[in-house]
Design a binder for this molecule. Structure first.
Ligand code: CTP
Length: 404
């Protein structure tokens, strides 16, 4: 159980922090809520005390004998500020200590996670951007706000990321992953592509996108700038990630070739359809009166991973492929995977054994990470986030060696 300080500053999104307290306590952590005075205009002290089971103060002159302005920060394993307003970001960046929250930020030596929420104009203002840069340079993890509906009828960038997304970023920081991808741009593909036959029917596959999403989340936790090319994702995507939605393998290919320019690493976790119908029918295909079923002719899609390898210049970017394999009479899962690594020419191949329908849509997985030198690193059964961090550990290692 860890001790989490939840700073809440004065924006309308403060109500979402109530759910965050619930999520933290349900995950077994102790939560000390430290609201700012102005946040109490939005959500009152009673809510925080009831949800956290602890007394809640905004200033430094309550319970002075316990020296809370120093004690709370010193005892925290993680400080989360959600929502972080433009004003709170500015005070934190300037080192101002004029309430309990900003005092806590100065005394905390643990990881700090800030989830900004404000109107688009305030987020984009040069002052806010400079403050965010300063905080990030000091190691504070500042999530990018989400795009969507804001306080009134307007919408744009500035929404507080969903509480579940903040929770995921917080848990990752508590797990203490190294920040070995700071300054790196990584591109991850996720999900299964769809090849439409007509406006309502498509050929698809069982990929849920969970592994790609876990990879994107893990890369954010390790400090990377992350682009997630998502094929038909039905799941929430991590905060702080640029998401490029795509439908077909052709879309995925175009998005990947564009985003990969200047990237440090690419992970092809998506399951692109290998075939597409040779023709698309503009209106829904109707049943015939005599009951004859249509015959669907297919043609092959391009292999995106192979193309990324072909297009690469020099050693960058590091390219990671995934392989869903089953063993057969011609060889074991690893035999097939080694042949695929050689065929595709990528740097790393993550091999999942999918015999008996394993892996698809589950939160857990087991895999082998094959490196181009032929070494096989087993990742035992566990959450997809663990495999994701293993992949990034290998990628960071390779990037480090390439830089030497
Ligand atoms: N992949 C790709 N483009 C495709 C198909 C696959 O980029 N049209 C990528 C996947 O994202 C994955 C890797 O290639 O990283 C392996 O995919 P897989 O379907 O297992 O490989 P295939 O080459 O299609 O081999 P197989 O004959 O086993 O289907």
């Amino acid at each position: 159980m860890s001790e989490i300080v939840l700073g809440v500053s004065g924006g309308v999104a403060a109500y979402k922090a109530a759910l965050l307290v619930r999520l933290f306590t349900e995950a077994g952590h102790g939560v000390q809520v430290v609201p700012t005075d102005s946040s109490l205009e939005f959500v009152g002290r009673a809510t925080w005390e009831a949800l956290s089971g602890r007394p809640v103060h905004t200033g430094v002159f309550s319970d002075v004998h316990e020296v809370p302005h120093v004690r709370i920060g010193q005892h925290a394993d993680l400080v989360v500020v959600a929502p972080a307003t433009a004003n709170t970001l500015a005070r934190a960046a300037a080192g101002i200590a004029d309430d309990l929250l900003t005092n806590t930020l100065l005394t905390a030596r643990c990881p700090v996670l800030m989830a900004p929420a404000m109107h688009t104009e305030m987020w984009e203002h040069a002052a806010t951007q400079a403050n965010v840069r300063t905080l990030r340079e000091r190691g504070v993890v500042v999530l990018d706000p989400a795009v969507g509906r804001l306080t009134g009828s307007d919408s744009g960038r500035g929404r507080l990321p969903e509480p579940e997304q903040i929770l995921a970023a917080a848990l990752s920081l508590l797990a203490g992953h190294p920040r070995d991808l700071v300054g790196r741009h990584v591109v991850v593909s996720a999900g299964g592509t769809r090849e439409y036959l007509d406006p309502v029917r498509y050929l698809g596959n069982r990929s849920s996108g969970l592994q790609g999403i876990a990879l994107a989340e893990a890369a954010v936790a390790r400090g990377a700038t992350v682009t997630l090319v998502g094929a038909n994702l039905a799941l929430p995507t991590p905060a702080g990630v640029e998401v490029v939605p795509v439908v077909s393998t052709a879309d995925l290919r175009a998005a990947m070739l564009e985003r990969v320019i200047g990237a440090d690493a690419v992970v092809m976790a998506a399951a692109p359809a290998d075939f597409r119908p040779t023709k698309y029918v503009d209106s829904k295909i109707k049943k015939t009166l005599d009951g004859t079923a249509p015959v669907i002719e297919l043609e092959e899609n391009p292999d995106v991973l192979a193309e990324l390898v072909r297009e690469r210049t020099g050693v960058a970017p590091v390219i990671v492929g995934f392989a869903a394999e089953t063993g057969d009479t011609n060889g074991s899962v690893l035999d097939h995977a080694r042949a695929k690594l050689a065929r595709k020419g990528c740097d790393l191949l993550v091999v999942n054994d999918v015999s008996d329908g394993r892996v698809f849509g589950l939160g857990e997985t087991e895999a082998v990470v094959l490196t181009a030198d032929g070494a096989a690193h087993e990742v035992p059964h566990g959450p997809k986030s663990v495999l994701a961090h293993e992949v990034w550990r290998h990628v960071a290692d390779r990037l480090g060696r390439a830089a030497q």
